[in-house]
Design a protein. Structure first.
Length: 92
């Protein structure tokens, strides 16, 4: 068994990926890096902005995706280290 902190992060990552839309977002970001909110929304057509924001927050809180601000935009990327450790499926 891993240490407590690692176990907690695993729970957060799996919980975040347990929702189909969040899995789609993570898969999208594993293939295309540095996407902004609008680009993610366009590629996932059926997701409302407020819902997308919630999903991105959960994925970011789990450590699975990173965000960086560039001007008025926020760009998202998969945290490859976390993905390789807890969700190698995303990197396949």
């Amino acid at each position: 068994m891993g240490d407590h902190q690692t176990d907690q992060q695993a729970v957060k990552v799996y919980k975040a990926l347990g929702e189909p839309t969040r899995l789609k977002i993570a898969l999208l970001l594993s293939k295309e890096s540095d996407l902004c909110f609008t680009a993610i929304g366009e590629k996932l057509e059926s997701v409302a902005g407020s819902t997308l924001s919630h999903h991105l927050k959960q994925l970011t809180d789990s450590g699975l995706i990173d965000s960086r601000k560039s001007g008025s935009y926020i760009h998202y990327n998969v945290n490859r280290e976390v993905a390789e450790k807890f969700a190698p499926y995303l990197m396949a």
